[in-house]
Design a protein around this ligand. Structure first.
Ligand code: FE2
Length: 363
């Protein structure tokens, strides 16, 4: 039987820096066994018999392209925007996403493209019906149905992120023998029409930890020299769904759609802002088309390191239940931080609208 109070592995230094005494931490860190799940409807659902057809190409116009750049329907009187860092991130207060008009949602798409990540706390979004949540997200594009992750029975549009005392997806996927658990990626970048404006909201969250790291792929690109940028533009890289599907099969999970491998430009252009962004990520990008193996490995390793080390174009977004974070998957990569007590529950849901076929940058 799991203990009712967690044994913590937190060091004294960590505790002092957080201003939390060890005794307090032990008392407050309840096992997920003791705390009822707040939103059982969204408990991850895996049906190995569930199958989806191959994804088909669709017409797409980015909602941000029709937005008023001044954003009067999103940022009216009584709202405020706090920049989280110079290159990436904004926190908006005084807005309920659930109340936005179509014009307001267009402006949100534009703000997410400009700031890359927009955080809204204290939202009623988590308490809307699943149908209404899907309706709002569909404003940004048709919603991707994930081939392997937990979804919601009857609602395959939801991608459920769930960890508790008995389930640790990170360790199942990446292995338990890793020195650090940072895992930079852009969601499902193997799709032909990759995700754009993405919504993620928190149902249960540990008091400390469980943040998300985000990096700007626009600024990662901007930091490179003109000569190096010229070399990258025109290159294409292959993004693969195969390792994710294989991992799901190994643990007896579903593979709802046969995995695809898709070529994308290494540098893409955002349709609403015109900004160029690196479009590679450690999670799904496998090799550069036309390069020898060693050349591809060498260049990708440099770019992955460049992005991962770019603390001066990253943010760390912190959440609590009710937070909704909206990010643009075309111009960012992100990583979960699996830094919280193993016994604590974290539960979040993502809706992942797909956008245009990536627009290649030209030198
Ligand atoms: Fe992700």
């Amino acid at each position: 039987m799991a203990p009712s109070v967690a044994e913590t592995a937190t060091t004294v230094t960590d505790e002092i820096s957080r201003g939390v005494s060890k005794l307090q931490l032990k008392a407050e860190t309840k096992s997920s066994d003791d705390v009822p799940i707040s939103y059982p409807l969204y408990y991850p659902y895996f049906d190995v018999e569930e199958k989806f057809p191959p994804t088909e190409i669709f017409e797409f116009t980015d909602p941000g392209t029709r937005a008023d750049p001044k954003k009067p329907n999103l940022l009216s009187e009584g709202t405020s925007v706090k920049q989280l860092s110079p290159y990436i991130g904004a926190e908006v207060s005084g807005v309920q996403i659930s109340k936005l008009s179509k014009e307001g949602l267009d402006e949100l798409a534009l703000l997410a493209a400009e700031r890359k990540v927009v955080v809204f706390h204290d939202q009623d979004f988590k308490d809307l019906s699943p149908e209404r949540q899907i309706e709002i997200a569909r404003h940004f594009g048709p919603i991707q149905r994930h081939p392997t992750s937990g979804n919601v029975k009857g609602f395959p549009e939801f991608h459920v992120v769930y960890r508790d005392a008995h389930h640790n997806r990170f360790e199942e996927y990446r292995g338990a023998n890793r020195a650090n658990k940072t895992s930079w990626h852009s969601d499902v970048s193997y799709e032909k029409q990759t995700p754009g404006t993405t919504l993620f909201w928190i149902l249960d969250q540990p008091d400390i930890g469980g943040d998300t790291l985000f990096a700007s792929q626009v600024e990662a690109y901007n930091r490179l020299s003109p000569e190096f940028k010229k070399r990258l533009e025109g290159l294409r890289a292959v993004h693969s769904a195969v390792p994710q599907a294989d991992a799901s099969r190994r643990r007896g999970g579903p593979v709802r759609r046969e995995p695809v491998e898709t070529e994308h430009p290494l540098v893409r252009v955002h349709p609403a802002t015109g900004e160029k962004a690196l479009y590679i990520n450690q999670g799904f990008t496998k090799y550069i088309v036309g390069f020898k193996d060693e050349e591809s490995e060498y260049l990708l390793k440099f770019l992955f390191d460049h992005i991962a080390k770019g603390a001066d174009f990253q943010i760390r977004a912190s959440y609590h239940p009710g937070t909704v974070v909206v990010w643009d998957n075309r111009v960012t990569v992100h990583s979960a931080t699996n830094d919280f007590e193993k016994v604590v529950r974290r539960h979040a849901v993502r809706l992942t609208p797909q956008a245009e076929v990536p627009i290649p940058a030209t030198a």
